[in-house]
Design a protein around this ligand. Structure first.
Ligand code: SF4
Length: 323
């Protein structure tokens, strides 16, 4: 990691609320708070892992960073500039600089377009290279992701899952981004293909000096790939820090439980910690510490007072009684 003095990407106090359909004809309006004030920084050339159970807000945060969703509150800055706030070429270059690959590569590719068009259309639209150089640019990118040139004439439905994810990666890097948001890019793939795409991601990151937000529930991969990690629970970051510090010395009970579930990352306990109950709904978040109904260390203060992220031994932890 080369951490510059200023973050490349800053997520500042981002809140995202979704309005849900009324329950029944006379039911009250319901709101789902998917993100409850998330802040994080990503520095040039570093990879930040974002982990947590399904539904904790990881994907929503990634979609807000690439502007597929709008934050209800808060903002996202790229090189100190709010990418939503400006118009003109500077802003469009900033927007191009943050790209995303998705878990569902099949769904993210237009089934009626050939691979070469899927990659070249955004290149042309974004003016990444002069019009006469687009074909060469696309060929180079397809080669970089390991796709033989003859596959450029095929449709996504004629490709394997791994090849589709390579196309999605090609489309993203063809726009010469500085930041890549990778949302569970391996989890829909066979295990053998996962290893190939993971190595490809590493190669692309290093060759292109990319910063990356790597969203995943696979803690072993996060430890392998990431410099820092942020742990989310019910729309909040509950712990963050250098990946070795957090994995070797987890302080938040939720992080301890998550790590204990994976043999290769288990540190504090010999056996997995079984958390009580299910993750509460983001439409009905418990008061105080949102984790208290499942936490074996919960005390009265936890049920009443929301813990803030505080620095602790090189990490940051939102817990009244950290480990
Ligand atoms: Fe558990 Fe209390 Fe810490 Fe929340 S604040 S994680 S309930 S000990």
């Amino acid at each position: 990691m080369i951490a510059g003095p200023e973050p490349l990407l800053e997520v500042q106090d981002v809140v995202k609320v979704f309005d849900l359909p009324h329950r029944g004809f006379f039911g009250a309006a319901r709101r789902l708070r998917a993100l409850a004030g998330v802040s994080l920084d990503i520095y040039a050339e570093e990879t930040l892992g974002l982990v947590g159970e399904s539904g904790c807000g990881k994907t929503t945060l990634g979609r807000i960073i690439v502007r597929l969703e709008t934050a209800t509150e808060g903002r996202v800055l790229f090189r100190g500039r709010d990418v939503r706030a400006r118009s003109g070429t500077t802003n469009s270059a900033d927007r191009r600089s943050i790209q995303m690959v998705f878990q569902d590569a099949t769904g993210s590719l237009n089934p009626r377009r050939r691979v070469r068009d899927i990659v070249s259309l955004p290149v042309r639209a974004g003016g990444v290279v002069a019009p006469g150089l687009v074909d060469d640019h696309v060929s180079q990118v397809l080669e970089e992701v390991g796709l033989p040139s003859e596959l450029g004439g095929r449709y996504p439905g004629q490709l394997s899952g791994g090849q589709q994810q390579r196309v999605a990666l090609a489309r993203a890097i063809a726009l010469e981004p500085a930041v890549l948001v990778a949302d569970e890019p391996l989890s829909a793939l066979d295990v053998s293909v996962q290893a190939q795409i993971l190595r490809l991601l590493e190669r692309i990151r290093e060759r292109r000096h990319l910063a990356m937000l790597f969203v995943s529930h696979d803690l072993a991969v996060v430890r392998y790939l990431c410099d820092r990690v942020a742990v989310m629970y019910l729309g909040r970051i509950v712990e963050s820090g250098p990946v070795d510090e957090v994995f070797d010395h987890p302080r938040h009970p939720y992080t301890v439980a998550l790590l204990s579930a994976v043999p290769s990352t288990r540190q504090r306990t010999d056996v997995p910690i079984e958390l009580a109950g299910e993750v509460p709904s983001a439409a009905d978040i418990p008061p105080g510490c949102p984790f208290h109904p499942r936490c074996w260390k919960a005390q009265d203060k936890c049920r009443a007072v929301l813990p803030q992220l505080d620095s602790l031994n090189g990490a940051r932890v939102a817990c009244h009684f950290p480990e």
